[in-house]
Ligand binder design. Sequence first.
Ligand code: KIV
Ligand code: ZN
Length: 526
Amino acid sequence: MNPTTESNHADVAAGHVRIFDTTLRDGEQAPGFSMDRRAKLRMAQALEALGVDILEAGFPQASPDDFAAVAEIARTLKSTTVCGLARCQPGDIDAAGRALEMAQHSRIHVFLSTSPLHREHKLGMSKAQVLDAAVAGVERARGLCHEVEFSAEDALRTEPEFLVEIFSAAVAAGATTLNAPDTVGYTTPAEIIALFDYLRRHVVGADKVIFSSHCHDDLGMAVANSLAAVSAGARQVECTINGIGERAGNAALEEVVMALKVRAPHFGVDTRVDTRKLFPTSRLLTQLTGQPVPRNKAIVGENAFAHEAGIHQHGMLKHRGTYEIMRAEDVGIAETRLVLGKHSGRAALRQRLKALGHDPADAEMDGIFARFKTLADKKREIHDEDLEAIALGQDPDALGPWRIVQLNSTTHLGGSASASVRLAHDDGREASEAAIGDGPVDAVLRAIERATGNDLQLTDFNVRAVSQGGDAQGQAQLTARHGKRNWNGHGVSTDIVEATALAALAIVNRIERQAPARPPVAVAHL
Ligand code: KIV
Ligand code: ZN
């Protein structure tokens, strides 16, 4: 297949920065952020609508589930380049090639560590061996997709001369994007500027390729370092929604994009991202993973556009620009917070969902409307957050195999609590169990464990209100250890014991659907 060097070159000239989203790969591999296939596809479609240029959909060789998710995303997306990660190993590269076969635009991202520390302690390879493996990896990938990206893992702690050598060899072998990751979040803006300047001056074929940054946030500098790389000529930024990713995370996509937009005269580049979809996309991710962003998170946090101090409000009333450098509408925060209720009709519901970034097909809308009516019977006011939960059908019933038929729980003042569940399995079985525990949550978990025959060791448990008011829906987020790995699940209900039961069942269902454990290489940082 033909590399796309010509169009890459044109992009540099036009000052266009490609947004390479790795929410579903670097983001998803972080503890607490795992998503099932349905969630990944949903997220991928939202990212395409957002306008990201390249979407890293996963690491196909990591597990059959990762492979299937990448293949499904590759089949579905139309305009976005779909990318699969691979080590410089034939098995990884071939798996990525197969997973991407149906993509309209495909990219294999091959990577190999280059720093002295990694060469010696992780790989046990000499410089020459690393160089040969990188070239062989790029050459193999070139025949299996439309374009190849090469990453020198831990580039920011690699000898710059060796980076020049390996990047020049990767270009000669057919790579069209060269990524210099700050794998451990160690660099500073001045340092990364110096490195990108140096690379662009010395790499042979530099004028035919795109240089890319991939910064981690260990010292809280991922976004600043990514922007510094852009100012030194990087024309691809690798980032994730809400900044999720390994350890402290990756550069936050919404922050990079808005910095480039708000400070356009300073950076002189643009992106293709539709910034009005940033907030809905961020919300979608929090709904799919059950992991909220902090209130004060830049761009998408609840406080990001709130002006509380009297002196600020006074200034704002006189001139918005006194304390506001961008408008909430620009990032897709709906101006009015419309509250729906049980008399609201299907059209009003659809309109509100659209404003929140959801556009369900008619068949899907039937289910959403039914869930809306059920909730409206229990809850007087339905807020945006409730609608988001409804739109995502956040109950494990959608996937099975286990469903809740009946649930009872009783708390005895000053004593223990008890719970009983009746569950139905897709294969026709029914299971009923009761248990006592230290509180209703513990009791319901034990009853579900018994009924399904799965042992769950709870390692993390959070409940929070997803909307306002005493009748607000609660979202339960559970992490449990089963076998050798942690599993996440979340559930939403006006009853927190039911929300907990749904979250536990989501975990059991994931286990039973047998998402195989990732090989250790994908769990520890790659
Ligand atoms: O941080 C890193 O080095 C990576 C590579 C696989 C690009 O995620
Ligand atoms: Zn990374």
